[in-house]
Write a protein that binds this ligand. Structure first.
Ligand code: EPU
Length: 420
């Protein structure tokens, strides 16, 4: 497996371009299953998760073509039974369930397991689809869903930790072809859900209110092909902003869409980082002495769980005590032990990490446990004394397009070591 070798201590400077959002493009790709006509998706990031979703669509019978950052999918004749082993490998592939059910009125999709960040149940997805009229059983590791008819209804999708992003995507994608009106209450408000709704509407769906907790979907008989440009990746933008602050540099993040980053910008300002909005770009520099902050992850528009690990890396450098509380995923602290290898002083108490920051980190070999943990280790390595080797970086390649090349362009001393 490839690893990254990082020599810390160089401030990042220059411009970086943000790629299309992973968590927007995956449900959008799945939604192409809703029509037999051709769909063209632009600003598609070159990520292993995206390629993987392409393979899943192919296994269902779609024609899939990647050309640069443009993806064309035609789901002319498809089947509703997915390849067990293929689908099981990527948790995000659960978002094919709603589109398959909408189009074919049946779907067999491998049940996703938990992962290092938590148990990741799908009860809310199933609750929503059952409310639309689907009969669903879990059998032989599959979620088997059938719905001779899908009928619009009122569905409450709030769970223990708030709304569900992919659950909202699944219910929305099935309801667009249901009879009558569906109202989702406590829908996820993430920009990725709004982006999916824009795509579905350009296919002929009638969705109102996406991006708010109440989404109203008036079912239509069929959808047609469409073209769509994916929104920029707000988590990638936040990661670069924190990297600039950590290395005491100054960077311009092009295509950052600061309006999707309000909670992150607010916390970084509280921590003493200078951020200036320039249209769709964000200019970030350290500004002065960093201040400790307390952060709690919440559903959008709160502070994103997908930026928790990177924020913790920043707090490791910040003199004083910061408390970072994770409210979305129960075990998303895989980075704590690895940041500890770099010399960070972090202890866990229930859902909170107590970070005693202010010491310079020192490089060491570390192992990433998940995507955002990997990102945190990379940006920590950029400031650490000496060399940090981040192993198992396939996680990073799942969700950050060419992160090593982008950091290098900003002056970071980072090399990819290919496994021989
Ligand atoms: N939950 C339930 N029941 C469900 C579904 C979710 O209890 O049926 C709980 C989860 O266990 C969690 C909370 O609800 O406690 C929120 O989970 P959600 O369903 O919103 O997560 P997801 O849709 O599976 C997406 C992103 C994640 C991101 C979360 C939260 C994709 C492909 N994944 O997951 O992204 O952390 O929303 O914003 O969109 C990442 O990119 O690194 C990543 C993990």
């Amino acid at each position: 497996m490839d690893s990254l070798l990082i020599k810390g201590g160089v401030p990042l400077h220059g411009d970086v371009q943000i790629s299309g959002a992973k968590n927007a493009v995956l449900p959008i790709m799945a939604a192409t299953l809703l029509t037999a006509e051709r769909c063209v998706i632009r600003n598609v990031p070159d990520l292993s998760d995206v390629k993987f979703m392409g393979r899943i669509l192919e296994s269902l019978g779609c024609t899939v073509k990647f050309e640069g950052d443009t993806l064309t999918v035609q789901a002319h004749r498809i089947k509703g039974h997915g390849d067990y082993d293929l689908i099981r490998k990527m948790r995000g592939s659960i978002c094919i369930l709603g589109p398959l059910l909408g189009r074919l009125r049946k779907a067999d999709v491998s049940q996703p397991g938990g992962c290092v960040i938590g148990t990741r149940p799908i009860d809310l997805h199933l609750k929503g689809l059952r409310a639309l009229g689907a009969k669903i059983v879990i059998e032989e590791g599959y979620v088997r869903a059938k719905a001779p008819r899908l009928t619009g209804t009122e569905i409450f999708l709030g769970g223990r930790s708030g709304p569900t992003v992919l659950g909202t995507a699944n219910v929305m994608s099935a309801a667009v072809l249901a009879e009558g009106v569906t109202i989702i209450e406590s829908a996820a408000c993430e920009p990725e859900v709004s982006d999916l709704a824009h795509f579905l509407n350009s296919m002929g769906a009638k969705i109102q209110g996406a991006g708010s907790p109440t989404v109203t979907i008036t079912g239509v008989k069929e959808l047609h092909g469409a073209e769509h440009e994916v929104i920029p990746d707000r988590i990638e933008a936040a990661t670069f902003a924190i990297a600039a602050a950590m290395t005491n540099g100054e960077i311009t993040i092009n295509g950052a869409r600061p309006e999707h980053l309000n909670a992150v910008i607010d916390k970084l300002r509280e921590a003493g980082v200078k951020l200036e909005r320039r249209g769709p770009a964000l200019v970030v520099k350290r500004g002065g002495v960093l201040k400790p902050v307390d952060v709690t992850t919440l559903p959008y528009a709160g502070f994103p769980t997908d930026v928790q690990a990177q924020m913790m890396a920043l707090m490791c450098l910040t003199p004083g005590i910061s408390i970072i509380t994770e409210r979305i995923f129960e075990s998303r602290f895989g980075h704590v032990a690895e940041l500890g290898r770099l010399g960070a002083d972090i202890s866990i108490e229930g859902p909170s990490a107590i970070v005693k920051g202010g010491k310079r980190l020192s490089g060491a070999p570390v192992m990433a446990s998940d995507l955002r943990a990997s990102a945190a280790l990379v940006i920590a390595g950029l400031t650490a004394k000496g060399t940090t080797q981040v192993n198992r970086i396939y996680h990073l390649d799942r969700g950050y397009e060419k992160i090593d090349a982008k950091l290098k362009q900003l002056g970071g001393r980072i090399e990819r070591i290919k496994e021989t």
